[in-house]
Write a protein that binds this ligand. Structure first.
Ligand SMILES: [Zn+2]
Length: 258
């Protein structure tokens, strides 16, 4: 116990030193506030395998990306009228920066994924091993763009939800119209399609209401826009992604009601 306590203190101290070093090295960059961990300062830029760069993307303290910060703000709003502490959550493909925080919000928590070993249930999202109506809430963030049979996955998510269930199923929106790929692209983390603004229309085949929250619904201070040079596409790593002008793009979180 004493060793793990000391190890914990050591890790926290090292993290704070890294945060301090990053703040000093990037003192002239824009500053933002992380709604997840409370950090205030510059965020980290990321060079991606897609050939693009996203600026101000990663919180240096908790590791959150734009999508996680926007989800947190959407949840804050949602949970003003919906009490998660009495609800059962299925969290598909839980990200490292979400794993400590999200389970604490809900009464019961089940993590699941096809490839990850450290989850409660290893399973295929197009063939869930759960009974009908087992969950109140499903969270699967940036999962469906990896799933060829996304309609089957949506049908399964709908099946395991209770009659008044909610699913939060964001994907990256990267253009006007969704483009299906002939095969998974390893340069895009094995995405099988490029979801466009029309993608969430598919959810209406399974849910009665799909409410879309965007980066414009909350304060800029939280850095919930995607600052990415999307005019580099199509390029060699992403031959089927469409180009988009501008360097500041909205992220969209769909909240789906059964
Ligand atoms: Zn943070």
């Amino acid at each position: 116990m004493a060793v793990s306590f000391l190890e914990n203190v050591k890790q926290k101290t090292e993290l704070e030193l890294d945060v301090l070093k990053f703040r000093i090295e990037n003192f002239n960059k824009p500053k933002f506030k992380c709604p997840i961990c409370g950090y205030y300062g510059p965020f980290r830029d990321l060079d991606l395998s897609t050939g693009s760069t996203v600026k101000h993307e990663k919180c240096i303290r908790c590791g959150s990306w734009t999508r996680h910060r926007l989800q947190k703000l959407v949840f804050n709003e949602l949970f003003q009228e919906y009490d998660p502490s009495t609800k059962r959550l299925l969290h598909f493909a839980p990200e490292t920066c979400q794993r400590e925080r999200i389970p604490l919000l809900f009464k019961d928590y089940v993590s699941a994924d096809l490839m990850m070993k450290d989850v409660d249930v290893q399973c295929d999202i197009t063939n869930l091993p759960f009974a009908d109506g087992e969950f109140d809430f499903v969270l699967a963030s940036h999962v469906l763009e990896h799933i060829k049979g996304d309609y089957k996955a949506l049908s399964e998510i709908r099946r395991v939800l209770k009659p008044n269930g909610i699913a939060v199923l964001p994907v990256p929106i990267l253009g006007k119209n969704t483009i299906e790929y002939p095969e998974a692209n390893p340069n895009e983390w094995d995405h099988v399609r490029c979801p466009g603004e029309d993608y969430y229309d598919r959810y209406l085949n399974f849910f009665s209401v799909v409410k879309q929250y965007t980066s414009k619904d909350f304060s800029d201070i939280y850095q919930i826009f995607i600052y990415e040079n999307r005019n580099v596409w199509p390029n060699e790593p992403c031959p089927l992604r469409p180009p988009t002008e501008g360097e500041k793009h909205i992220d969209i979180i769909p909240v789906c009601y059964v």
